[in-house]
Ligand binder design. Structure first.
Ligand SMILES: [Cu+2]
Length: 74
């Protein structure tokens, strides 16, 4: 089933950060749409929950050097 969540992310400072998060999250299986808002410091992610676990989002964000602040239903 398709789901949307909002992930609060600390550490993003510029457009390169934004694009890196969008690129890497978009590359995960089952992810349909990613939009990072740099001012709000959050990513809105639409994905198929049967294809990807949200823990993978956290790992991907951490691997870029950022940290997840919180995750809420979108
Ligand atoms: Cu940056």
């Amino acid at each position: 089933m398709e789901k949307t969540i909002i992930i609060g992310i600390d550490g993003m400072r510029c457009n390169s950060c934004k694009f890196a998060v969008e690129r890497d999250l978009s590359g995960l299986p089952g992810v349909k749409l990613v939009n990072v808002d740099l001012e709000l410091k959050e990513a809105r992610v639409t994905y198929d929950e049967s294809l990807v676990d949200t823990q993978l989002f956290d790992k991907t964000i951490a691997s870029l050097g950022f940290s997840v602040r919180n995750t809420t239903e979108g």
